[in-house]
Write a protein that binds this ligand. Structure first.
Ligand SMILES: [Zn+2]
Length: 210
Protein backbone atom coordinates (compact mmCIF):
# COMPACT_ATOMS: atom_id res chain seq x y z
CA UNK A 1 0.00 0.00 0.00
CA UNK A 2 1.22 3.45 -0.87
CA UNK A 3 1.91 5.68 2.12
CA UNK A 4 1.60 9.42 1.82
CA UNK A 5 3.19 12.40 3.47
CA UNK A 6 0.82 14.97 4.87
CA UNK A 7 0.90 17.98 7.12
CA UNK A 8 -2.28 18.84 9.05
CA UNK A 9 -3.19 22.21 10.48
CA UNK A 10 -3.94 22.61 14.19
CA UNK A 11 -7.66 21.91 13.80
CA UNK A 12 -7.22 18.36 12.54
CA UNK A 13 -5.88 16.46 15.55
CA UNK A 14 -8.34 13.59 15.33
CA UNK A 15 -7.90 13.09 11.60
CA UNK A 16 -4.11 13.16 12.10
CA UNK A 17 -4.34 10.23 14.51
CA UNK A 18 -6.49 8.26 12.05
CA UNK A 19 -4.09 8.78 9.16
CA UNK A 20 -1.09 7.74 11.27
CA UNK A 21 -2.91 4.58 12.26
CA UNK A 22 -3.44 3.91 8.53
CA UNK A 23 0.32 4.19 8.03
CA UNK A 24 0.77 7.69 6.67
CA UNK A 25 3.54 10.01 7.66
CA UNK A 26 1.61 13.01 8.89
CA UNK A 27 2.97 16.00 10.76
CA UNK A 28 0.60 17.84 13.04
CA UNK A 29 1.34 21.53 12.93
CA UNK A 30 -0.40 22.63 16.11
CA UNK A 31 1.36 25.95 16.62
CA UNK A 32 2.62 26.87 13.14
CA UNK A 33 1.23 29.89 11.32
CA UNK A 34 -0.07 29.69 7.76
CA UNK A 35 3.20 30.78 6.18
CA UNK A 36 5.25 28.18 8.05
CA UNK A 37 2.72 25.47 7.19
CA UNK A 38 2.89 26.21 3.48
CA UNK A 39 6.69 26.41 3.56
CA UNK A 40 7.02 23.07 5.30
CA UNK A 41 4.51 21.43 2.95
CA UNK A 42 6.53 22.59 -0.06
CA UNK A 43 9.95 21.81 1.38
CA UNK A 44 9.08 18.30 2.53
CA UNK A 45 6.64 17.48 -0.27
CA UNK A 46 3.76 17.05 2.11
CA UNK A 47 0.11 17.46 1.17
CA UNK A 48 -1.37 20.18 3.34
CA UNK A 49 -4.65 19.20 4.98
CA UNK A 50 -6.83 22.01 6.26
CA UNK A 51 -10.41 23.04 6.96
CA UNK A 52 -9.50 26.63 6.23
CA UNK A 53 -10.59 27.64 2.72
CA UNK A 54 -8.30 30.67 2.64
CA UNK A 55 -5.27 28.64 3.68
CA UNK A 56 -6.18 26.01 1.09
CA UNK A 57 -6.33 28.64 -1.65
CA UNK A 58 -3.10 30.26 -0.52
CA UNK A 59 -1.22 26.94 -0.39
CA UNK A 60 -2.24 26.05 -3.95
CA UNK A 61 -1.37 29.54 -5.20
CA UNK A 62 2.10 29.13 -3.70
CA UNK A 63 2.69 25.79 -5.36
CA UNK A 64 2.00 23.40 -2.46
CA UNK A 65 -0.33 20.46 -2.80
CA UNK A 66 -3.36 20.84 -0.54
CA UNK A 67 -6.58 19.07 0.28
CA UNK A 68 -9.57 20.78 1.85
CA UNK A 69 -11.23 18.87 4.66
CA UNK A 70 -14.89 19.70 4.25
CA UNK A 71 -17.03 17.39 6.30
CA UNK A 72 -17.63 17.55 10.04
CA UNK A 73 -17.90 13.77 9.82
CA UNK A 74 -14.63 11.84 10.26
CA UNK A 75 -15.87 8.82 8.30
CA UNK A 76 -16.72 11.00 5.30
CA UNK A 77 -13.31 12.69 5.45
CA UNK A 78 -11.50 9.34 5.54
CA UNK A 79 -13.53 8.18 2.53
CA UNK A 80 -12.69 11.36 0.55
CA UNK A 81 -8.99 11.12 1.38
CA UNK A 82 -8.82 7.42 0.48
CA UNK A 83 -10.53 8.15 -2.84
CA UNK A 84 -8.27 11.06 -3.73
CA UNK A 85 -4.97 9.51 -2.61
CA UNK A 86 -5.90 5.94 -3.51
CA UNK A 87 -5.09 4.22 -0.25
CA UNK A 88 -6.78 1.34 1.52
CA UNK A 89 -8.96 1.95 4.54
CA UNK A 90 -7.34 -0.89 6.42
CA UNK A 91 -4.99 -0.90 9.37
CA UNK A 92 -1.83 -2.88 8.78
CA UNK A 93 0.07 -2.82 12.06
CA UNK A 94 3.31 -3.46 10.18
CA UNK A 95 3.07 -0.04 8.58
CA UNK A 96 1.04 1.90 11.17
CA UNK A 97 2.62 4.95 12.72
CA UNK A 98 2.21 6.04 16.30
CA UNK A 99 -1.05 8.09 16.47
CA UNK A 100 0.50 10.14 19.26
CA UNK A 101 3.83 11.22 17.73
CA UNK A 102 4.12 9.92 14.11
CA UNK A 103 7.00 7.59 15.08
CA UNK A 104 7.30 4.09 13.64
CA UNK A 105 5.96 1.19 15.69
CA UNK A 106 7.33 -2.33 16.09
CA UNK A 107 6.06 -5.53 17.66
CA UNK A 108 7.09 -5.92 21.29
CA UNK A 109 7.09 -8.92 23.60
CA UNK A 110 4.78 -8.92 26.60
CA UNK A 111 7.72 -9.05 29.00
CA UNK A 112 9.41 -6.04 27.44
CA UNK A 113 6.31 -3.86 27.94
CA UNK A 114 5.07 -5.40 31.21
CA UNK A 115 5.81 -2.29 33.26
CA UNK A 116 3.90 -0.09 30.83
CA UNK A 117 0.55 -1.93 30.71
CA UNK A 118 -2.16 -2.62 33.30
CA UNK A 119 -2.16 -6.19 34.71
CA UNK A 120 -5.61 -6.95 33.20
CA UNK A 121 -4.32 -6.00 29.75
CA UNK A 122 -1.34 -8.25 30.27
CA UNK A 123 -3.58 -11.22 31.03
CA UNK A 124 -6.13 -10.50 28.25
CA UNK A 125 -3.86 -9.73 25.29
CA UNK A 126 -0.80 -11.32 23.74
CA UNK A 127 0.14 -9.01 20.89
CA UNK A 128 1.77 -5.67 21.60
CA UNK A 129 3.41 -2.92 19.61
CA UNK A 130 5.60 -0.11 20.79
CA UNK A 131 6.45 3.27 19.31
CA UNK A 132 10.17 3.53 18.58
CA UNK A 133 10.10 7.24 19.24
CA UNK A 134 7.91 7.93 22.29
CA UNK A 135 7.66 4.43 23.80
CA UNK A 136 3.83 4.32 23.78
CA UNK A 137 2.55 0.72 23.89
CA UNK A 138 -0.43 -0.41 21.77
CA UNK A 139 -2.65 -3.48 21.70
CA UNK A 140 -5.91 -4.39 20.02
CA UNK A 141 -8.09 -3.40 22.95
CA UNK A 142 -11.83 -2.99 23.28
CA UNK A 143 -11.76 0.09 21.03
CA UNK A 144 -10.50 -1.99 18.12
CA UNK A 145 -14.01 -3.00 17.01
CA UNK A 146 -15.00 0.64 16.82
CA UNK A 147 -11.99 1.45 14.65
CA UNK A 148 -12.84 -1.39 12.26
CA UNK A 149 -16.50 -0.34 12.16
CA UNK A 150 -15.64 3.25 11.20
CA UNK A 151 -13.24 2.05 8.50
CA UNK A 152 -15.88 -0.34 7.12
CA UNK A 153 -18.38 2.51 6.94
CA UNK A 154 -15.82 4.72 5.19
CA UNK A 155 -15.07 1.94 2.69
CA UNK A 156 -18.73 1.72 1.72
CA UNK A 157 -18.87 5.40 0.80
CA UNK A 158 -15.39 5.67 -0.72
CA UNK A 159 -16.49 5.34 -4.36
CA UNK A 160 -19.05 8.11 -4.10
CA UNK A 161 -17.13 10.29 -1.64
CA UNK A 162 -17.01 14.00 -2.29
CA UNK A 163 -13.74 15.66 -3.33
CA UNK A 164 -12.97 19.33 -2.65
CA UNK A 165 -13.63 21.78 -5.45
CA UNK A 166 -10.64 23.48 -7.03
CA UNK A 167 -9.35 26.46 -5.06
CA UNK A 168 -10.02 28.87 -7.93
CA UNK A 169 -13.75 28.16 -7.77
CA UNK A 170 -14.12 29.64 -4.28
CA UNK A 171 -15.31 33.15 -3.81
CA UNK A 172 -14.50 35.03 -0.66
CA UNK A 173 -17.85 35.08 1.04
CA UNK A 174 -18.24 37.09 4.19
CA UNK A 175 -18.91 33.95 6.22
CA UNK A 176 -15.68 32.29 5.17
CA UNK A 177 -13.63 35.36 5.94
CA UNK A 178 -15.28 35.63 9.33
CA UNK A 179 -14.55 31.98 10.06
CA UNK A 180 -10.91 32.44 9.16
CA UNK A 181 -10.55 35.51 11.38
CA UNK A 182 -12.06 33.68 14.32
CA UNK A 183 -9.76 30.73 14.02
CA UNK A 184 -6.78 33.00 13.55
CA UNK A 185 -7.66 34.38 16.97
CA UNK A 186 -8.01 30.91 18.47
CA UNK A 187 -4.55 30.04 17.25
CA UNK A 188 -2.93 33.24 18.44
CA UNK A 189 -4.50 32.87 21.87
CA UNK A 190 -3.27 29.28 21.95
CA UNK A 191 -6.68 28.09 23.04
CA UNK A 192 -7.28 24.43 23.54
CA UNK A 193 -7.10 23.02 20.01
CA UNK A 194 -9.96 20.67 20.77
CA UNK A 195 -12.34 23.53 21.46
CA UNK A 196 -11.17 25.17 18.27
CA UNK A 197 -11.63 21.96 16.29
CA UNK A 198 -15.13 21.50 17.62
CA UNK A 199 -16.05 25.07 16.77
CA UNK A 200 -14.77 24.66 13.23
CA UNK A 201 -16.81 21.51 12.82
CA UNK A 202 -19.97 23.23 13.98
CA UNK A 203 -19.33 26.16 11.70
CA UNK A 204 -18.58 23.98 8.69
CA UNK A 205 -21.84 22.21 9.38
CA UNK A 206 -23.82 25.41 9.55
CA UNK A 207 -22.19 26.66 6.36
CA UNK A 208 -23.23 23.52 4.57
CA UNK A 209 -26.79 23.84 5.74
CA UNK A 210 -27.15 27.27 4.19
ZN1 LIG B 1 5.03 7.64 19.53
Amino acid sequence: MKQHKFIADGMLGKLTRWLRLLGHNIEYAGSMDDKELIQKARKENRVLLTRDVELYKQAIAKGAEAFLIESPNQTANLASLAKRFKFKLEVNVKTSRCPKCNGTIKTASKTSVADKIPPTTSSNYNEFWQCQQCGQVYWRGAHWNRIEKILDEAKKTQATARLPVKASVFGTSKELLKRRREHGRCRSRKQDQKICEKKAEQETQSLQLK
